[in-house]
Design a protein around this ligand. Structure first.
Ligand code: SAJ
Length: 406
């Protein structure tokens, strides 16, 4: 039996994918409400294809519990926050999960860490407690790092088709875990050592962060030059070796906005490009706020309560608001002691911020100036409703006359 520890954005899809392929899976989470909801038949977050996977897994007997199971294979997908001051990873959730596993597991067990960690974290914080237990009880506990790569919005597809990396101390253990992932993963699975696996994961997200930072910098350059950044990027991307990403109102989520800081925290003197890109991305919400101010001035608008932000999630068509650019912008606005702007997001059905709307039409009725922060499918289909309003489009998706860009 496989015990998946942590039923969040990564653990839950992984547990369901494994169970739906006939593997015997129990998902464990300390959050009683989450476990109760999953046992009652209610999935805990929205993601394309997850509902079907959930139904199939339930029919095949997947179980959810708050209790760690006695078994010989664990997959750990708990959060790895970072300390905003030191920029270093906070391994406390993984350490406590591994401690609980060590208290429960069978003598010859494997612990697979899927959570993202900074290079060296497993050697520094996890290996010592595992080695101590192995020595004390004369048991063999194997450590493996299998970092996830799935992108919110397309998780189910990517779980099946992405290539994967498995880091293990012992090749045979790595190959054994590979054969389990091969039950559902059709991509190539590369077996390497643990530190290499840790580094590749953080490097992948850093690569994307740096490239988003570049696109954001281009947007600012083009604004100053009075040029259309989207047209420039579109033309440049016709070059066979150029692929520039999209500028936006900032970077959110719990990966790209966090993982590169692990490298900055661990190698402060060697990460100039990375920290400059991260600072550029982090400064985008304040840049959008300045754009709102400038546009209001240009239009002779004086009432900020008529300005509305469309989108609260960190990107389109997901319900995840972690580190979202809209939340960052509202935070920035708060520091100026300003009344928070109006906000609407079709994916956020609960009250998250002040002045939040749950009805698109009501939101539009109360706003003259709409800032597109997230390009949800709903908006793309109803763009006409913005006709006649002042629009600042931070995502490059609106073609209405007179639209303002980043
Ligand atoms: N963004 C831009 N411009 C772009 C692309 C993204 O501004 O051209 C913004 C998004 O709007 C969002 C943020 O960046 O706010 C991050 O979004 P994303 O779609 O780039 O990535 P995530 O955070 O949803 O998922 C990433 C993925 N990593 C890479 O593509 C290298 C995913 O494969 C990882 O599994 C995931 O991080 C993770 O969990 O580490």
């Amino acid at each position: 039996m496989i015990n998946v520890i942590g039923l969040g954005y990564i653990g839950l899809p992984t547990a369901l994918m494994m169970a739906s392929h006939g593997l015997n899976v129990v998902g464990t989470d300390y959050d009683e409400k989450r476990v109760a909801s999953l046992n009652d038949g209610t999935i805990t977050f929205q993601e394309r294809g997850l509902g079907e996977l959930y139904d199939k897994s339930r029919a095949l007997g997947v179980q959810f519990s708050t209790v760690y199971q006695e078994t010989d294979l664990y997959i750990v997908s708990v959060p790895t926050p970072y300390d905003p001051l030191s920029k270093q990873v906070d391994p406390s959730y993984i350490v406590s999960a591994v401690n609980e596993i060590l208290d429960t597991c069978l003598p010859d067990s494997t612990i697979v860490i899927e959570s993202t960690v900074s290079p060296g974290t497993i050697d520094r914080y996890i290996r010592p407690i595992v080695d101590k237990k192995s020595l004390q009880d004369k048991v063999a506990i194997h450590l493996v790092h299998a970092p996830e790569r799935i992108i919110p919005g397309n998780m189910v597809h990517e779980l099946i088709y992405n290539n994967r990396t498995i880091g293990a101390d012992d090749r045979a253990v790595g190959e054994r875990i590979k054969s389990i992932y091969e039950q559902f993963c059709e991509g190539e699975i590369i077996v390497t050592d643990i530190r290499t696996a840790e580094m590749t994961k953080v490097v992948e997200n850093t690569y994307r962060a740096v490239n988003i930072g570049f696109a954001n910098e281009l947007a600012k350059i083009c604004r100053q030059a009075g040029m259309d950044v989207y047209e420039i990027i579109r033309i440049c991307n016709q070059h066979p070796r150029v692929n520039i990403l999209k500028p936006g109102p900032g970077v959110g989520g719990h990966c790209i906005s966090v993982d590169p800081w692990f490298l900055v925290g661990d190698y402060p003197g060697l990460t100039d490009i990375i920290s400059a890109s991260m600072n550029t991305n982090d400064a985008m919400p304040a840049y959008v706020l300045r754009r709102i101010h400038d546009i209001m001035k240009e239009k002779g608008m004086t009432d900020p309560s008529r300005v509305g932000l469309y989108g609260l999630t960190y990107k389109e068509n997901v319900d995840d608001c972690r580190e979202s650019p809209t939340l960052q912008l509202l935070e920035c606005q708060k520091k100026h002691l300003a009344e928070p702007l109006r906000v609407y997001d079709p994916f956020v059905k609960y009250d998250l911020v002040e002045n939040q709307y749950h009805d698109f039409e009501a939101f539009l009725a109360d706003t003259d100036f709409v800032v597109i922060m997230v390009a949800h499918r709903q908006l793309l289909e109803k763009m006409d409703l913005l006709r006649g309003k002042v629009v600042l489009d931070t995502r490059g998706v609106c073609d209405l006359d007179g639209v303002y860009r980043l």
